[in-house]
Ligand binder design. Structure first.
Ligand code: Q9C
Ligand code: ZN
Length: 666
């Protein structure tokens, strides 16, 4: 199994710079690269990566995407005088050439391809390339928007050529539309291109009609181009997460890519003078974490834009930390998407419904008329209140990063099981029998459970508490315990969390599990996934997802992405308990996916409880809890209609309470 993270960086790419006055281009500075690297060093991240040297991309590689005429033009620039460089630059929109530009652009391509090789060969699991000049605006015959060669588009073609890949996903989270990538793959169904971008009803650069949500691709490529236009500025964490959960991820899991490339521009982050958005650095940790669940974890992140140096470098660090498998910081801010974002989400889902099975059963209202809508909305008005942080972003970020930094536990997973599974007891948990037994008895009496348990049962509760304590103390990130009675075990755990002042606990159970708790609303959120219809009606904090096992399908995407994650990301727990009982209607892959996705919450703190009778599951639970695992889903099978309908019903019922469930403006 591949492990490790490739890091591509070379000082030489700082030599490309603007030699004359140009207010359009003067934000694309060499310090963009050096400040990222400095910050990575501050967080001791560089030494944890596999350093991949850059090389020049070859002419052949450049010509996977670009015309030889264009290549020849760029090739002539190193010998030009400043006057000639200016003239050549002026021939394009928002571009500058320097005598070293050609060399740097080749290094950017080569560095990106080296990273793709590291990941595709299994030398590393994933990677990040800190390069410039950026690429996503550049086109077959032209440079555009600071971009010379289209690094990511070349990487997609290269990976397909060299490794025979059938499906590559390109996620462009830069705040500008990567129209270059859209054009290159517009008729190509083997590359799924996703981009969100500041659009303001075509008022914002590059002011193209084809950047709107109704450009879905052409010919064979219909359905394989996803545009999410932002029609207001100020989009933040909730808006970004909502788009991932309701648009990108469902389609991406259905697409089932073999490699994911990210056009990672950080001008979509807070403080950026171009983007004017408000997503904080930790948001990029979560976006990265979501994408790590695709393509067996083969993920290559390539720098594009990002012009607020502090915001850029903190966000780059968050991305790299996540690639390295560190626990994720809590997402800050209220988890409610704004109306303008919901409108965009609705429109893109509506226009893609004909092409994707996962949208098939969704009852999506017709599109709003494009032309009248544009007149109703004033451009440049923030979709959400412009937070005070946007004004003094530097100061804000300094404080913010202090608040969200957290110690990295030395041990990731701890396991407590009975003797028959003793080989799994590593690292084992220490139990202070006397003291812990007293504690357990006190907990049990509060739960009026039958105390006449045989010793063995009490032992399993003691084990569970020992693991739970380690998690709460942050000595380990997550842990697992086997129990003879998971329902009671869960109730004890919840009570114990309450006693230790853990504020909010999320408890997700699968199968026949009935967790009884007398704790106040809000302290615990219970979600049960069960083949049986619920006995009681759902409330905000007690939700039953009635899910029937489909024939030959392991598909659990729609409840995971469309219901459980929106609710739990809205709730923001401090600890997650996952309970696996008997008679589960969710398959192995579904459970792995759930465990992996829930690691985005509660700073990745998870306690997994398994019913004794289900120990055959043990390895399948331990693997996703430890970082060296990447799920594999196989060919997409559509959801059962009845199942999807229940998810939609629940979404409608609960979307006023849990705002991330919303996926339309109505
Ligand atoms: N009035 C990247 O982020 N702005 N490129 C042009 C013209 C150009 C951004 C404004 C922004 C280019 C990679
Ligand atoms: Zn950009």
């Amino acid at each position: 199994m591949a492990s490790g993270t490739a890091l591509v960086y070379d000082d030489e790419m700082t030599s490309h710079k603007l030699l004359w006055d140009d207010p359009v281009c003067d934000i694309e500075v060499p310090e963009r690269l050096s400040s990222c690297y400095e910050r990575l060093k501050c967080y001791n991240l560089v030494e944890r990566c596999v350093s991949v040297p850059v090389r020049e991309g070859t002419e052949e590689e450049v010509m996977l995407v670009h015309s030889s005429d264009y290549l020849e033009t760029v090739k002539r620039t190193p010998k030009m005088t400043e006057e000639e460089l200016r003239k050549t630059s002026a021939g394009y929109d928002a571009v500058f050439f320097h005598p070293t530009t050609y060399r740097c652009a080749k290094l950017a391509v080569g560095g990106t391809l080296d990273m793709v090789d590291a990941v595709m060969s299994g030398k590393t699991q994933n990677g990040m390339a800190l390069i410039r000049p950026p690429g996503h605006h550049s086109q077959r015959n032209e440079a555009n928007g600071f971009c010379i060669f289209n690094n990511v588009a070349i990487a997609a073609k290269y990976a397909q050529r060299k490794y025979g890949l059938q499906r590559v996903l390109v996620v462009d989270w830069d705040v500008h539309h990567g129209q270059g990538i859209q054009y290159i793959f517009n008729e190509d169904p083997s590359v799924l291109y996703f981009s969100w971008h500041r659009y303001e009803h075509q008022q914002y650069w590059p002011t193209l009609r084809e950047s709107d949500y109704d450009s879905v691709g052409q010919g064979n490529g219909k359905g394989f181009n996803i545009n999410v236009p932002w029609n207001k500025i100020g989009m933040g964490n909730a808006d970004y997460v909502a788009v991932f959960l309701h648009v990108l991820l469902p389609l991406a899991f259905e697409f089932d890519p073999e490699l994911v490339l990210v056009s990672a521009g950080y001008d979509s982050g807070i403080g950026d003078p171009e983007g004017q958005m408000s997503a904080t650095p930790e948001c990029f940790a979560h976006l990265t974490h979501f994408l790590m669940q695709l393509a067996k974890g083969k993920l290559c992140v390539v720098l594009e834009g990002g012009y607020h140096l502090r915001s850029l470098s903190e966000s780059v660090c968050m991305t790299l930390k996540t690639l390295l498998g560190d626990p994720l910081p809590r997402l800050s801010g209220e988890m409610a998407p704004c109306l303008s974002a919901l409108e965009s989400i609705h429109n893109v889902r509506a226009v893609h419904k004909p092409y994707w099975k996962c949208l098939m059963h969704e009852d999506i209202a017709p599109l709003q008329d494009l032309s009248t809508r544009a007149q109703l909305l004033t451009p440049l008005e923030a979709g959400r209140p412009n937070s005070e942080e946007a004004i003094k972003t530097d100061k804000f970020l300094e404080l913010h990063m202090k608040n969200i930094s957290f110690p990295r536990p030395h041990v990731k997973t701890t396991v407590a099981v009975d003797e028959s599974n003793a080989r799994l007891l590593s690292p084992s948990v220490q139990i202070d029998k006397e003291k812990d037994m007293k504690e357990l008895k006190a907990l049990l009496s509060g739960l009026d459970a039958d105390l006449a348990k045989e010793g063995k049962d009490l032992n399993s509760f003691l084990n569970m508490l020992a693991v739970l304590d380690k998690i709460i103390k942050n000595e380990v990130t997550n842990g697992l315990a086997v129990s003879s009675e998971v329902s009671l075990s869960s109730a004890i755990a919840l009570k114990h969390c309450h006693n230790l002042k853990v504020q909010k606990v999320l408890c997700v159970s699968v199968g026949d599990v009935d967790v009884k708790t007398d704790l106040d609303d809000g302290k615990v959120l219970l979600i049960n996934i069960s083949a049986k219809p619920p006995k009681k009606s759902d409330t905000k904090y007690n939700i039953t997802v009635n899910w029937e096992k489909g024939i030959e399908t392991n598909n659990f995407f729609s409840p995971a992405l469309g219901l459980i994650l929106p609710v739990t990301y809205s709730y923001q727990p401090d600890l997650t308990i996952i309970v696996l009982g008997p008679n589960r209607s969710v398959g192995q892959n579904g459970i792995s996916l759930l465990i992996r996705l829930l690691q985005g919450l509660a700073q990745s703190h998870i306690l997994a409880l398994i019913q004794e009778t289900e120990v055959t599951l043990l390895q399948d639970i331990i693997k996703p809890l430890t970082s060296d695992f990447t799920p594999s889903f196989g060919t997409y099978a559509p959801d059962l209609k009845e199942n999807v309908q229940r998810v939609i019903e629940l979404r409608e019922q609960l979307q006023n309470e849990w705002k991330l469930l919303q996926c339309s403006g109505k």
